[in-house]
Design a protein around this ligand. Structure first.
Ligand code: HEC
Length: 157
């Protein structure tokens, strides 16, 4: 068990350092390749307005809004999300304090224009919006209907 953890840490460290070593090469390549390459290479890590891909982008919450749906969403939230996002979704959960990027303040996210049903479903299902996000994907652990109930709950934050 111990040995396995150590090896995982080593592998993570190695992967990270080889990534870092690749950055100058990538940058040089993109600069020589012209503007488009540069945007493509840099954009991914820094694009904060990354949006849901198909088929998520067209999805609308199929679960009718009800007090029961919201209550079940709240329950799932406390069990699965509050540790990072905080009990009220303000991005201040104990497990989230040292993460970079930090867990989003969900009461702000749901008020923003990009927080459509399909966007929230995508983030929950696939694990975050940003590359390198510590948020795990929930499509394997929560049923689709449970994820939609969560979406109803998020809108109450
Ligand atoms: C291990 C910590 C962690 C857990 C657990 C977690 N998240 Fe996140 N979440 C993050 C981080 C970090 C971000 C910010 C980076 C990103 O957007 O990928 C984030 C971002 C988000 C966003 C913002 C997307 C946007 O448009 O900005 C939503 C919505 C969200 N999480 C919902 C949830 C829900 C719902 C759950 C529970 C099912 C959950 N998260 C569980 C870490 C977590």
């Amino acid at each position: 068990m111990r040995l396995r953890t150590l090896m995982l840490v080593l592998v993570a460290a190695l992967t990270q350092s080889s990534c870092l070593m690749m950055i100058p090469g990538l940058l040089a390549g993109h600069t020589m390749g012209g503007g488009m390459g540069m945007m493509g290479g840099m954009g991914k890590g820094m694009n904060h307005s990354q949006t849901a891909p198909a088929p998520y982008d067209k999805m609308l919450n199929p679960v009718p809004h009800s007090a029961a749906a919201v209550a079940q969403g709240a329950q799932i939230f406390q069990a699965q999300c509050a540790t990072c996002h905080g009990p009220k979704g303000q991005g201040d959960g104990p497990a989230g304090l040292r993460l970079s990027p930090r867990p989003a303040n969900l009461s702000e996210v749901v008020k923003s224009a990009h927080a459509k049903d399909g966007h929230l479903m995508w983030v929950i299902s696939e694990g975050g919006r940003m590359p390198g996000s510590a948020m795990p994907p929930f499509k394997g652990t929560l049923k689709e209907e449970e994820r939609w109930r969560l979406v109803h709950y998020l809108r109450t934050l």
